[in-house]
Write a protein of this length. Structure first.
Length: 172
């Protein structure tokens, strides 16, 4: 478990090996369904993007064993470009929501599967969106139900983990 990783790294043993892999792994993504309100309005999607602090996600969910990125391929691969991320801007996010006509305290359902740190990541997102006046209600589903809903695009927003191949042809 991630909660134990730092302790295991600090106390080497012949009983286990802790290894850091570079150039692979996966990433977490938030998916806003642009076919459904309120995310069919680009201003609302931009507001959410401006409210998300990826560093908080790295610390709160991945215990510091991750790196915020803004692209598909991971650091350590020759296909990582280091595209700069946007800065968190709560005031600009609130302004965009007001322009979109979204009332403060607007409530939306965020559907998430109960596996692999998805719920803790959704909880961090929930806290971050509270700062801009969005009341995100979590709908936690077992994995088969979640996958069925995700594939049918039957959600307003969700988050998931993606594990691309190291080869960009396969990943993209």
């Amino acid at each position: 478990p991630l909660e134990s990783l730092a302790q295991l790294q600090a106390a080497p043993s012949t009983d286990y090996v802790v290894r850091t892999v570079k150039g692979g792994g996966g990433f977490s993504a938030i998916i806003l369904n642009s076919r459904k309100p309120p995310f069919n309005d680009v201003r609302v999607r931009r507001a959410v993007a401006l409210a998300i602090d990826k560093k908080e996600v790295v610390l709160g969910v991945w215990r510091g064993f991750a790196q915020p990125i803004n692209e598909w391929m991971p650091p350590g691969t020759p296909f990582y470009f280091g595209i700069p991320d946007r800065k968190v801007n709560v005031e600009q996010a609130r302004k965009l929501l007001a322009e979109a006509g979204l009332p403060r305290g607007a409530r939306f359902t965020h559907t998430v599967g109960q596996t692999a740190n998805l719920v803790p990541a959704a909880q961090v997102l929930q806290a971050q969106l509270t700062r801009i006046g969005i009341d995100l209600q979590l709908e936690v589903l077992d994995w088969p139900a979640y996958i069925k809903r995700q594939r049918a695009m039957d959600f307003t927003s969700t988050n998931t983990n993606i594990f691309p191949k190291v080869d960009p042809d396969d990943a993209y």
